[in-house]
Design a protein around this ligand. Structure first.
Ligand SMILES: Cc1ncc(COP(=O)(O)O)c(C=O)c1O
Length: 424
């Protein structure tokens, strides 16, 4: 008996999924099964032919049962996860990739051609920066950089060849915010009279769809690293591209041919454990992050703290407007970026002390984990910048707040600050 999901809150819908779709047809399973079949039995050549003909055409999840042919093309467990992520983002489709970087390169690769130009924010996740600087020029794609916190600077970087505006918001690691509406309007204006529109692509990994849904502000394509807070437990690597039905065939066909699919086993874990617990985990992390950020802000050895939940956050008004959870509450997320006063204490010494002595703060890259993770981006995740450009100032520290008791995270940070300040 189909039970309509409409009328239920998103927090409830991501636990239960749609009541019934052609994909979600496991009426007697309280938890969806993990499918593990690389290939699918086809009753006839005609059915196989239909599958290939229909492949890559957008159809609503309720329209009709897809013809599954082969895992790399489409398969049910990954499809269920995609339905859930698209519902969270409020997009027509979501396609899951093998990693966040496969999603970043998939979203752009699907819409770019040799001769096109990309305008990208000056500061991006290190591997995305590497993709744009080391690979795109070899493929005949020119990349211009602009400060996306200043839409006028982006407008100045646009040319007749611009096809993609690419950025993160919040930016990894500084947490700068980009005004999504202004960038979407800029792209719409620049698209007038063009055969191929200027598309906006955002990496929404830091916020997750729980804290921010960029297409509500006019952005075209949203990418995620599922490895982070959507997966949530630090056990799966994955990525996702979400967007409007008009771009579905390109992204689907790109994924088929470049082959970077998410495995159904990883999809199942993210679907069953990660997705339903997103609101719970992030609300808890935000509660803790605010306390940790306030502690750092009040500490005499700390020079600067950036957390969108702090009153002192430079783009506070924009944060309040854009970072909103499923129920409209302010959702500043779980990421903090801070700098120590290097005249008094070395950031490297502090992080090393944490790494060796802290119980509940772990020196590790990645983010959106159950555990609180600390790292130094200029030396690690953003080392592709080689200490130049936006990463020339060495020593900023990134914290991804986990599910511990916030007082314990503060205790560990405080102990290391005390220890390294004594050693000076
Ligand atoms: C903002 C952001 N985007 C993309 C990625 C890449 O994700 P993955 O490691 O899943 O490829 C990362 C990884 O840290 C990231 O922080």
């Amino acid at each position: 008996m189909p039970r309509p999901a409409a009328g239920y809150k998103k927090t409830t819908r991501i636990v239960h999924g749609p009541a019934r779709t052609e994909r979600w047809d496991y009426s007697h399973h309280a938890v969806p099964p993990l499918t593990a079949s690389t290939t699918f039995r086809l009753e006839s050549v005609e059915r196989g032919a239909r599958g290939f003909t229909e492949f890559g055409r957008f159809s609503d999840e309720d329209a009709k049962a897809p013809v599954y042919i082969y895992d790399r093309l489409d398969e049910p467990t990954r499809g269920l996860l995609e339905t859930q992520i698209a519902a969270m983002e409020g997009t027509d489709f979501c396609l899951a990739f093998a990693s966040g970087m496969a999603a970043v390169s998939g979203a752009m690769g699907a819409v770019l051609e040799a001769g096109d130009e990309v305008v990208a924010h000056t500061l991006l996740y290190g591997c995305t920066h590497s993709l744009l600087t080391n690979w795109y020029p070899k493929q005949g794609i020119k990349v211009r950089r602009a400060d996306f916190t200043d839409p006028k600077a982006v407008a100045r970087a646009l040319t007749k060849r611009t096809r993609v505006l690419y950025f993160e918001s919040p930016v990894n690691p500084t947490l700068d915010l980009v005004d999504l509406r202004s960038i979407a309007e800029l792209a719409a204006k620049a698209s007038a009279g063009r055969r191929r529109r200027v598309l906006t692509v955002i990496d929404n990994t830091f916020a997750t769809p729980f804290c921010q849904r960029p297409t509500e502000h006019g952005i075209d394509l949203v990418v995620h690293s599922l490895t982070k807070n959507i997966g949530g437990f630090g056990t799966e690597v994955g990525g996702a591209v979400c967007g409007p039905k008009a771009l579905f065939p390109q992204v689907m066909s790109y994924r088929k041919d470049y082959g970077g699919i998410l495995s159904p086993k990883a999809a199942w874990n993210i679907l069953v454990y990660g997705v339903p617990t997103i609101p719970l985990r992030i609300k808890r992390q935000q509660y803790s992050a605010l306390q940790v950020a306030r502690f750092l802000e009040s500490h005499p050895l700390v020079k600067e703290v950036r957390y969108p939940g702090l009153d002192s956050f430079p783009q506070r008004a924009l944060a309040l407007r854009q970072l909103r959870d499923f129920d409209g509450g302010f959702a500043p997320g779980n990421m903090i970026y801070f700098r120590l006063d290097e005249r008094k204490v070395s950031g490297v010494k502090f992080v090393n002390h944490v790494a060796k002595n802290a119980y509940c703060v772990t020196l590790a890259v990645s983010l959106g984990h159950t555990k609180t993770l600390i790292e130094m981006p200029s030396a690690m995740t953003h080392s592709a910048y080689a200490g130049a450009g936006p990463m020339r100032e060495h020593g900023g520290i990134r914290l991804s707040i986990g599910l511990e008791s916030p007082g314990d995270v503060i205790k560990d940070l405080d102990a290391s600050l005390k220890a390294v300040s004594k050693k000076r």
